[in-house]
Design a protein around this ligand. Structure first.
Ligand code: LLP
Length: 422
């Protein structure tokens, strides 16, 4: 459930009319709802609590939406952070996440990033290869520290999701091959600079079936038993993120967090480990919309195009994954509906936000909302065609504030310079 609802035909974010924000901020812009962020976090946290998983940390996957105000909203609720770069660590710390709740994932951490994270005193590194373990052990030892690590193992489970966001199959680039996992732990045990006390998996994103999770958790339980029998101390199980969300309002049925939590409790609840999760999309996707204005409509022979002022540069998901996002008028009107491609002004045929959508014939300047854009929306933005990044606005109750401003052209060009010979 989210807090983007129509009141007397006018779309609101909590108690603020979207049209009012559009006047104040200009379009396109992202709008996030505090109450929705809080609700999504709490639903998951309470589901885990009700399933009896008292020793748990929800590490919000910062990559989904790394706006400082979004992270800070979640930090206030007790969230930790799942990061994949030093930059994300800087954000998480600045937003008030305690280092003891930060887990560093990612397949390509550099020595410099390892040093910075050790300096900050993060909870755990999720390592993805033996070479990475060796490097981390060296870096930590040189600093007189011991890095707490989890081995990210690849359970070779097909999450049944989009090709580009599947991560847990043997052919994906992520994790240590399942058959090498026990040898990996034995190897880590020899090294003074690391303490391998966790198992980590992440099988993919936008997963809408429980079965891939069940298969993966059962494999983790088996590995845990083997490792303990071999004398390893395992204290933390990081089960990754991946919970899918509804992209088509009223049609998609997402996984129920309570069922997911019960599954974890059933398979791993007695393991005596801290259960860690890394949800991103579940928390942020439906807590954000992208608001855009119709520049003009162009009715053609083969297709009708609604040209709007947001594009693939603001929301890349439709272009990149063929992803579907609901698109609705901000002000509900009784007007003839036609079938439209909703497209941006970027000079690429692949630049679209939605295809074959039944929408009322618009007036120039009408506002549209693109829903479920809070995760992997603004963060995937680019300035292609020298388009300024869309501002981000956070709403709480009847208040709103710009939490990332639209850059001026001067600011956009300020990092470029002309060499002397020009
Ligand atoms: N943990 C790890 C190690 C990950 O790689 C990811 C996402 C997450 C957690 C969070 O997954 P979530 O709960 O959000 O599903 N840009 C794509 C999604 C890429 C996901 C990358 N990894 C999209 O727009 O669909």
């Amino acid at each position: 459930m989210d807090h983007f609802l129509y009141r007397d035909g006018a779309l609101h974010a909590e108690d603020v009319a979207i049209a009012e924000m559009a006047e104040a901020v200009g379009t396109p812009f992202y709008c996030y709802s505090t109450a929705t962020l809080q609700r999504h976090f709490s639903v998951l946290d309470e589901a885990l609590a009700s399933a009896g998983l008292s020793d748990r940390i929800i590490c919000y996957s910062v990559k989904a939406n790394s706006n400082l105000a979004v992270i800070a909203t979640l930090a206030k609720l007790g969230a930790g952070a799942d990061i994949v770069s030093q930059g994300e660590m800087v954000r998480a710390l600045k937003a008030g996440i305690a280092p003891q709740k930060i887990v560093f994932s990612g397949v390509g951490k550099t020595a410099e990033e390892m040093r910075a994270a050790l300096e900050a005193g993060i909870l755990q590194f999720n390592v993805e290869s033996l070479a990475e373990i060796d490097l981390l052990a060296d870096v930590a030892q040189a600093m007189g520290k011991v890095a707490k690590i989890a081995l990210r193992v690849n359970p070779d489970v097909d999450a049944g999701t989009h090709e580009k966001i599947s991560t847990g199959r043997a052919e994906d680039k992520f994790g240590i091959a399942w058959d090498d996992a026990e040898a990996g732990f034995a190897h880590a045990k020899q090294l003074a600079g690391v303490d391998a006390t966790g198992i980590d998996i992440h099988i993919g994103s936008q997963i809408t079936e429980l079965e891939p999770f069940r298969l993966a958790f059962e494999k983790v339980a088996g590995l845990l038993a083997n490792l303990r029998a071999q004398g390893h101390t395992i204290e933390r199980l990081d089960l990754g993120g991946g919970l899918g969300v509804p992209y088509s309002r009223g049609n998609d049925t997402p996984l129920d967090p309570a069922t997911y939590a019960a599954l974890i409790a059933d398979i791993l609840g007695e393991a005596g480990c801290t259960i860690m999760l890394e949800p991103g999309r579940l928390i942020a996707a439906n807590a954000g919309i992208l608001v855009t204005r119709v520049i003009r409509a162009k009715q053609g022979k083969a297709k009708n195009f609604m040209i709007v002022d947001a594009a693939m540069t603001e929301l890349m998901r439709p272009t990149l994954y063929g992803a579907y996002h609901d698109i609705k008028p901000v002000t509900q009107i009784e007007a003839e509906e036609l079938v439209w491609d909703v497209v941006g002004p970027v000079c690429e045929s692949g630049d679209f936000l939605g295809q074959d959508r039944a929408l009322p014939v618009p007036e120039d300047g009408d506002l549209l909302a693109v829903f479920a854009a809070g995760a992997y929306g603004a963060v995937l933005g680019s300035s292609y065609n020298t388009r300024p990044a869309a501002p981000e606005v956070l709403v709480t109750g009847d208040q709103f504030e710009v939490v990332r401003a639209r850059p001026t052209y001067e600011a956009m060009l300020s990092r470029e310079s002309l060499p002397d010979w020009l």
